[in-house]
Design a protein around this ligand. Structure first.
Ligand SMILES: Cc1cc2nc3c(=O)[nH]c(=O)nc-3n(C[C@H](O)[C@H](O)[C@H](O)COP(=O)(O)OP(=O)(O)OC[C@H]3O[C@@H](n4cnc5c(N)ncnc54)[C@H](O)[C@@H]3O)c2cc1C
Length: 360
């Protein structure tokens, strides 16, 4: 099912755009998605795929509410995928070796996790170290595969996806969305969803400079020699180790403001690898098979932007996932789709409103 003028156009075929397109399609809308490059090859490809915020209790309620909801909704998202790609949703749990930061206590951490339904248990400390914290229900996902599976599912459900088509400008007439100018001409639709990740800001009329910006994260993938040892996600001193189903280990990540530059630098890479080996000595001698960087969509208050543009009817936004865009995706797509289809969302949309990022 394709039409030249779909009900809804989505700009950006990352996790935000594809999950939103699918949720809207399931409510009966015709949807076309465009992407300036190959779908699912930017931040959503680069991410670690941990389906829970790191040191979750340090995030504001508005992020935790979406992330906790996303964690619960992932099995249903996975079950809804069609096609032959297994995204390897892998419940490994997460073990955090340095949970209690300055001004924090085990009681405070436990209270916040419980409030959002994130199960936890404390483990015995060793040699004067902090007691590690275990979150047994945390999963990780092979996100590049998830994105391929989402694309297949979207197309099987009649969503048209056009790669290598860049949205240059959003046209507005009399306070209403009136189409987009793309690298291949004008496109029309009833409504628009801007889900262009770190590149979203110029597509949101009146967006303040630096309201949405890229935050580079560098990663590497190690293949251990010999037996597999790591069975759970390990987190310490800001560095995480993620065991994949095939026994490889993904290590991340830096948090850098470097514009739209996706190069990796060896000093940062070596530091990540060194920390990984310190935490997991079995990784000494592991082979580095990949090094990469991606651009997280950061927002100036570190909350996502979800909702309709306050002065442009028919223009909607789903971006600003920052470090948790994969974990939150089913919830952000669900919330935006509820708003677009006139259903009352379960979560309060107020903290995510677009107006807060616009110039007066
Ligand atoms: C190193 C790293 C580690 C991470 N780890 C995790 C993690 O473990 N767990 C987690 O939950 N999150 C993680 N994240 C964050 C997560 O990956 C992002 O928040 C999420 O992928 C953002 O998805 P998105 O769809 O908004 O953006 P993207 O995936 O970047 O997609 C945006 C898309 O829009 C397209 N686009 C942009 N501009 C235009 C235009 N003008 N016209 C047409 N198309 C356009 C782009 O080509 C791109 O495909 C990590 C991110 C990084 C970089």
């Amino acid at each position: 099912m394709t039409s030249t003028t779909p009900d809804i156009l989505v700009v950006g075929a990352g996790i935000a755009g594809l999950t939103t397109a699918l949720a809207l399609r399931r409510r009966g809308a015709s949807v076309t998605v465009i992407d300036q490059s190959r779908p699912g090859t930017e931040a959503s490809w680069a991410g670690g795929g941990i389906l829970c915020p790191l040191y979750a209790w340090r995030y504001p309620d508005a992020v935790l509410a979406l992330a906790a909801r996303g964690m619960r909704d992932y099995p249903a998202l996975i079950a809804s995928l069609t096609g032959d790609i297994d995204p390897e949703h892998h419940v490994t749990g997460m073990r955090i070796l340095d949970p209690v930061g300055p001004g924090e206590s085990a009681a405070l951490i436990g209270e916040r996790l419980e409030r959002f339904g994130i199960r936890h248990r404390w483990q015995e400390p060793r040699d004067g170290d902090q007691a590690p914290l275990c979150l047994p229900e945390v999963a990780n996902i092979r996100n590049p595969r998830l994105l391929q599976a989402l694309r297949q599912t979207a197309e099987a459900n009649g969503i048209e996806i056009r790669a290598n088509r860049r949205c240059e400008r959003v046209a507005v007439q009399a306070g209403r969305f009136a189409g987009i100018d793309t690298s291949s001409g004008r496109m029309h639709a009833g409504q628009l969803v801007v889900a262009a990740g770190a590149w979203s800001e110029p597509l949101i009329p009146q967006a303040r400079h630096e309201s949405i910006f890229p935050v580079r994260g560098q990663m590497l993938r190690l293949v251990p020699r010999g037996e597999r040892h790591l069975s759970t996600i390990l987190m310490d001193d800001g560095v995480y180790l993620i065991p994949r189903v095939d026994g490889s280990v993904v290590v991340g990540s830096t948090v850098e403001r470097a514009g739209f530059d996706k190069t990796v630098d060896m000093a940062a890479q070596d530091a990540l690898q060194r920390k990984a080996v310190e935490r997991c000595p079995e990784l000494a001698g592991a082979v580095v098979t990949h090094r990469w960087a991606g651009l997280r969509p950061g927002s100036s208050d570190e909350l996502p932007l979800l909702g309709e543009h306050p002065t442009v009817e028919g223009l909607w936004v789903n971006t600003g996932g920052y470090r948790n865009g994969l974990a939150m995706a089913p919830a952000t797509a669900g919330l935006l789709t509820d708003l677009m289809t006139g259903r009352r969302p379960e979560l309060d949309p107020a903290p995510y409103r677009v107006a807060r990022m616009l110039s007066a």
